[in-house]
Design a protein around this ligand. Structure first.
Ligand code: ZN
Length: 475
C-alpha cells in the first residue's frame, strides 16, 4: 500500500490526467455546440498586462504546479512569445501595446521629455510624459468611439483619466505630503485623496478610493503570505531590495481589488484591461537569487535560502490573482495575458555588495503571451498541449490591440504597425467575424484638439529621482 505522500502524488497525477481529459472533452464539445454569436455581438475580453513576465519562468512554474491557472489556460489556448520593440522602456512599450503603433507614431519616447532625458541645459527638472502626450487613440478611445464598453485599470500613461465609455483608473505617480515627510517615494499605482483626474467617471472615484485603506492595511500581511516570514534580522541587502519593491506589491494589490470591484459593479463590459507591474520590479531585483548559476558571484547560501524563492513566489501570487479575475468575469470571456518584454540576467560578474539590479531587459528578451477562451484557437497537436513546449513566436507586442479589436469585431486601423494575430483566433470565429479594417481611427487633428487637463502630479519629483537612481535617466 502506498504511503500517504505517494498516494497523494498518485491522486494528483490522476486528477491532472482527469483535468486534461475534461479539458479535451470540453474543447471538443464547445466546437460542436451551435454558435450563437452574431456579428457585432462578441464575447467579453479580459486583457491582463504583466510587466516583465518571463515566459521561461512561467513555463517552469507551470510544470512544477505552481501556476495552475496559467497552466490550465495554456492547455486549452495559445502559449508563446511576442517580439518586442526597443527600447524596452515601460511607458513606450505599454503605449505601443495599447495603440498598435510604435513610438514614432504615438509620441511617447521615454519616461521624460527631452532627447537625452537629462537635466536641460539650464538645469531644469525633467518633465514626465503623461497620457496627454499620446498622439494617437488607444484601445480605450477606439472602443469607446465604437460604442463598446471598456474598463482600463492601472495602464501606463493613463493619467489624467480619459472620458471613456467605461471606467478608467489612471496610473498615477502619487505621494502624499505625509509620505513625502517620511521620505517615502512611490512611482505609480496609487489612488490618493484629493487628487483630480484619477478616475473616470468622477462619480465612481469615492467608491474606488474607499478600497485604498484596506489595501494599505493589508500590504504587509499580503507580503508575508506571498513570501513567507523572514528572520528579525535578515541580510540587509536583499531585505532592502524587498522593501524597495513594496510600492509595486501595493500597486498590484490595489489594481487587483479595483479590477474585481469593476468586474462586479460595472458589468457588462466588452473589454476589461488591467496592468500589474510587480513581476518586473521583483525580476529586476531578485533575478540573481532565482538564477544564481548565471552569475560569477551568486548570493551566499543563507541569503539564497531566504530570497531564492521571491521571484517564483511572486509569479505564483500573480497566478492566484489571475484565478480570481477569471472568477469575476463572465465564464465565456476570452482571456489574453501579455508582458511588454521578458527578463534576463545582467551584471554577470558584479559582486553585489549593495542593493543593485541583477535582472534587466534592455537587450529585448521576448514578451510573454497567453490566450484562451471560446474564440481562441485550441491546441492542435499533442505537443501543443504540453506546457512549456518550445517557444512559439505568435506575433509582436504591436499586434495586441489589433487582436483585441478583431475579437470584439471592431475594425482594425490600417495605419497601425501591428495586425491581428489571426493564428491565435479560432477558425470558426474568423469565419464568422472576418477581420475588418478602416484607414485610421485617429482623425487628423485629434491630438491637437483632444482635451488635455492640466495635471498636478504630486509624485513627479520623487519619480524622477527614482528613475535616476535606477539608471533610467542620466545623472
Ligand atoms: Zn523593467
Amino acid at each position: 500500500m502506498p504511503i500517504p505522500a505517494q498516494a497523494a502524488a498518485i491522486r494528483s497525477r490522476r486528477s491532472r490526467a482527469l483535468t486534461v481529459a475534461l479539458l479535451l472533452l470540453s474543447c471538443a464539445c464547445r466546437d460542436e455546440a451551435p454558435h450563437d454569436v452574431s456579428r457585432g455581438s462578441t464575447r467579453p475580453v479580459l486583457l491582463v498586462g504583466m510587466d516583465g513576465l518571463e515566459r521561461e519562468v512561467v513555463a517552469r512554474l507551470m510544470d512544477a504546479g505552481r501556476m495552475p491557472t496559467f497552466r490550465s489556460l495554456a492547455r486549452r489556448g495559445v502559449f508563446g512569445e511576442l517580439a518586442v520593440t526597443k527600447p524596452t522602456l515601460s511607458p513606450i512599450v505599454w503605449t505601443s501595446i495599447a495603440t498598435g503603433v510604435g513610438s514614432r507614431k504615438h509620441g511617447i519616447l521615454g519616461f521624460v521629455h527631452g532627447a537625452q532625458q537629462t537635466r536641460g541645459e539650464r538645469g531644469e527638472a525633467p518633465v514626465l510624459y503623461t497620457g496627454n502626450d499620446r498622439r494617437v487613440k488607444a484601445f480605450w478611445n477606439i472602443l469607446s468611439d465604437a460604442g463598446r464598453r471598456v474598463h482600463t485599470i492601472g495602464w501606463w500613461l493613463t493619467y489624467p483619466a480619459e472620458p471613456v465609455n467605461g471606467v478608467m483608473v489612471a496610473q498615477v505617480n502619487t505621494i502624499t505630503p505625509a509620505m513625502r515627510r517620511a521620505g517615502q517615494g512611490v512611482w505609480k499605482g496609487r489612488l490618493v485623496e484629493g487628487l483630480t483626474g484619477q478616475v473616470h467617471p468622477p462619480e465612481r472615484e469615492p467608491s474606488l478610493l474607499a478600497l485604498l485603506p484596506r489595501v494599505e492595511a493589508e500590504t504587509r500581511g499580503l507580503m508575508r503570505t506571498v513570501f513567507g516570514e523572514f528572520p528579525a534580522h535578515p541580510p540587509p541587502v536583499p531585505a532592502a531590495m524587498l522593501e524597495q519593491s513594496e510600492w509595486a506589491f501595493r500597486a498590484d494589490s490595489l489594481y487587483h481589488r479595483v479590477a474585481l470591484d469593476v468586474a462586479k459593479n460595472d458589468a457588462p463590459f466588452d473589454l476589461l484591461a488591467v496592468y500589474f507591474g510587480g513581476a518586473d520590479v521583483v525580476g529586476h531585483r531578485f533575478w540573481r537569487h532565482a538564477h544564481p548559476e548565471a552569475y560569477r558571484f551568486g548570493p551566499d547560501p543563507s541569503e539564497q535560502r531566504l530570497y531564492g524563492r521571491v521571484l517564483e513566489d511572486y509569479y505564483a501570487y500573480l497566478d492566484a490573482v489571475l484565478a480570481s479575475l477569471l472568477d469575476a468575469v463572465p465564464a465565456d470571456a476570452n482571456v489574453l495575458i501579455v508582458s511588454d518584454h521578458g527578463m534576463s540576467p545582467i551584471r554577470l560578474t558584479a559582486r553585489f555588495r549593495k542593493p543593485a539590479l541583477s535582472g534587466g531587459h534592455l537587450t529585448g528578451p521576448p514578451a510573454f503571451f497567453l490566450a484562451a477562451g471560446p474564440d481562441i484557437r485550441a491546441p492542435q497537436t499533442a505537443e501543443e498541449y504540453r506546457c512549456g513546449a518550445s517557444p512559439r513566436r505568435v506575433g509582436s507586442i504591436l499586434d495586441v490591440t489589433p487582436t483585441v479589436l478583431a475579437l470584439l469585431d471592431v475594425p482594425v486601423g490600417r495605419d497601425m504597425d501591428g495586425e491581428p494575430m489571426t493564428s491565435v483566433l479560432s477558425p470558426k470565429f474568423l469565419a464568422e467575424h472576418p477581420v475588418r479594417s478602416v484607414a485610421r481611427h485617429t482623425e487628423t487633428g485629434w491630438y491637437e484638439s483632444r482635451p488635455k487637463p492640466n495635471v498636478q502630479d504630486p509624485g513627479a519629483p520623487e519619480r524622477v529621482e527614482q528613475l535616476r537612481a535606477l539608471g533610467y535617466l542620466a545623472e
